[in-house]
Design a binder for this molecule. Structure first.
Ligand code: AQP
Length: 331
């Protein structure tokens, strides 16, 4: 079977980048793959999370998946910490992966920043946990953005080394599903930085639970330039903020960037932002409403996650048993 695994961290502020770069594609994959979508709470605590807030953030993330169209009848939806196999397999992978491999991971360097000595050890071995997430289910495919390509390569290296070391063809070499061009959404304040949950500026990001007035205000204040829209998208070169707004419009309407430019050629960003606001509000309103409705009933979300967790547990148990046997653990 072709099986997909993917997840997002419940670190609060689910945003348009998460939707266009991840959730929307997850929904499309449900028809052609057996899909497992996980709220990766164990990844989230690699940086400090307030315990009371974390619970709500897990529910918010699950609500965002569901409101985007993840269907718990078709796909498995659960939170990572509920299935202990993730931690167990991650430990085994801590002993398979080499320090030199992890030292090459650029995301660790970005996230740890200058104060590397003070980063959690979890942040350093994060890619090993990600490999465990994927291989615990022998997922054959993972949808990845540009930023996660290196981690998926590491997952393949771990699978291969495990298979070699233990002399057993246990794990598949998971293939990436490369996202369509333009899936990377940038900050509204700085077109060279990606839109991110952890950006301290609310105006950098379009949250999935922003109301229409907030959306309009954020788009009005988004950084742009005084130039007009050109007839072709490649003429936006060197204008990262303009490129980003055109990209968002194109992604939400399923138009090409060229078609968007052709439609608004010669217009300034005042006019374009009005049109963009309409597109964003129209597309996000149903998601925002559904998220709000779901979040009013946390018990319902918790019960869905529990059910999903039971399915994930059942799927992973025989695979983990094979791993332990290969390693030589007594059972
Ligand atoms: N700006 C983005 N454009 C396109 N896709 C994005 N994703 C995140 N930001 C963008 C995709 O969303 C999925 C979930 O991401 P994650 O929760 O694992 O965390 P992240 O990639 O580290 O996202 P953030 O928002 O930047 O979180 P923080 O600030 O907490 O680190 C992934 O598929 C990701 O590619």
């Amino acid at each position: 079977t072709n099986r997909v695994f993917s997840g997002a961290q419940p670190s609060g502020n689910m945003h348009l980048g998460n939707y266009l770069g991840a959730f929307r594609n997850w929904v499309r994959l449900q028809d052609s793959y057996e899909c497992i979508y996980c709220v990766v709470d164990m990844h989230a605590i690699t940086v400090w999370q307030d315990p009371a807030a974390l619970k709500d953030q897990v529910r918010e993330a699950a609500a965002a998946y569901l409101a985007s169209g993840v269907d718990p009848k078709k796909s498995i939806l659960f939170n990572q910490s509920r299935v202990p196999g993730h931690a167990e397999l991650a430990w085994i992978f801590n002993c398979v992966a080499r320090i030199g491999w992890l030292n090459r991971m650029t995301q660790f360097k970005d996230k740890a920043g200058k104060n590397r000595e003070n980063a959690s050890t979890g942040l350093f071995v994060y890619p090993n946990l990600m490999a465990a997430d994927i291989l615990l289910y022998k997922a054959t495919h993972v949808p990845v953005g540009e930023d996660q390509k290196q981690h998926l390569e590491l997952t393949r290296d771990i699978a291969q080394k495990f298979n070699n070391d233990y002399g057993i063809e246990l794990f598949p070499l998971t293939e990436p599903i490369i996202q369509a061009e333009g899936a990377r959404i940038m900050s509204l304040r700085d077109g060279t930085k990606k839109m991110s949950k952890s950006d301290p500026s609310e105006f950098s990001r379009i949250n999935l639970n922003d109301d229409a007035d907030t959306l309009a205000q954020k788009i009005r204040k988004a950084k742009t330039d005084a130039e007009l829209l050109p007839p072709k998208a490649d003429m936006l070169e060197g204008r990262p903020e303009a490129q980003n707004l055109v990209g968002i419009y194109a992604a939400l309407t399923d138009m090409s960037r060229d078609a968007v430019c052709a439609q608004y050629e010669g217009k300034g960003f005042g006019d374009f932002k009005k049109a963009l606001t309409e597109v964003v509000v129209t597309n996000l309103a149903p998601i925002t409403e559904e998220m709000a409705r779901l979040q009013k009933d946390p018990a319902y979300i918790d019960s869905l996650l529990k059910e999903g967790g039971e399915k994930a547990q059942a799927l992973s148990a025989p695979i983990l048993a094979d791993v332990k046997k290969a390693v030589g653990f007594l059972s």
